[in-house]
Ligand binder design. Sequence first.
Ligand SMILES: [Zn+2]
Ligand SMILES: [Zn+2]
Length: 384
Amino acid sequence: MNEQTTIKKSVRREKMATIPDKILTWQMVQPTSRDRETGEVTPGKIEKTEVPVPELGPGEVLVEVAGCGVCHTDLGYFYDGVPTVSRPPLTLGHEIAGTVVAGDEAWIGKEVIIPAVMPCRQCILCKTGRGNRCLNQKMPGNSLGLYGGFSSHIPVPSIDLCEVKDRGEFPLSHLAVVADAGTTPYQAAKRADLQPGDNVVVIGITGGVGQYVGQITKALGAKTVVGIARNQEKLDRSLKYGADFVINSTDKDARAISKEFRGLCKENGLPTFGWKIFEVTGVKPGQEIGLALLGFVGKLIVVGYGLAKTEYAIGRLMAFDAEVIGTWGCLPEYYPIVMDMVLNKKIDIGPFVETRPMSSIVETFEEVHKAGSPAKRIVLTPDF
Ligand SMILES: [Zn+2]
Ligand SMILES: [Zn+2]
């Protein structure tokens, strides 16, 4: 055994020594519920508790959590009656960065991002390149049993982990945003078949995911990015992060926006056809704007989720030779690409992330739920 292996082994042993007996966690004991008949609301409950460390099978690892981002999906589960696949009690959180401390030897000691959705790698969707929408996928804080990211540790399969290398001055906790907010837009751009020179509209460019859609489409070579949202301050900020033009949609209907958009195209010598429009808000006014802007050979990519029913004369798609496309999650194989874009500052996460102690989870959920769209993605760091 040479010296280096001895060192490696002892580092490993040291890491092994940090394997906990229990996982400390902020568990969603029950989500907010509303009685169908009386309309009475029973508040949801998140409590600090501990759960056993499970036996790790082949190809599984235990990750010590450095940070877990608060996503709108978590709030949907906790406040809005969106059901989790694994029944509560369970721990929410799917935007996770951390360090492998046990399991698969090859991974021990490595810093990783855990993809928000992990495909099964067995089914026909996985085998035909559609693994991001695999029906047997595992998502921490939803379909990974009781395990989620708002914890000290989490057991996960190792196959799709994204290793973080040479992160320089980036705190590992900040890179948690790559697990969801930063990668969903990349998948959306792939789904849109985004090409250098394309013209892009981002509806909801000021939101946590929307601003990354602006940055990523620009970094991938979009010629023009037009951002649409209501908050002027954040719209102005987006001009520094991807957007070339912005339209403030406050108190304007889809028709007014469409008129303004056409004016903008005319003034700047841009075509009115072929735009790739990313709808990130998930709400009806945003969807209406997207449909109103959809023109000849255009694409509307639905990135935001909501339950609104929005009317549209579908026949126009035929006349326009246009498309409306949905997009879900992100293939794990794209993670290293997005990580690279972040570490090489092709996309900037610094101004859009804020860390807080995990013990602030209840207040933070409350605050983000009320604010709708916080100025920065909040990443909770374990402080058990
Ligand atoms: Zn999410
Ligand atoms: Zn699958």
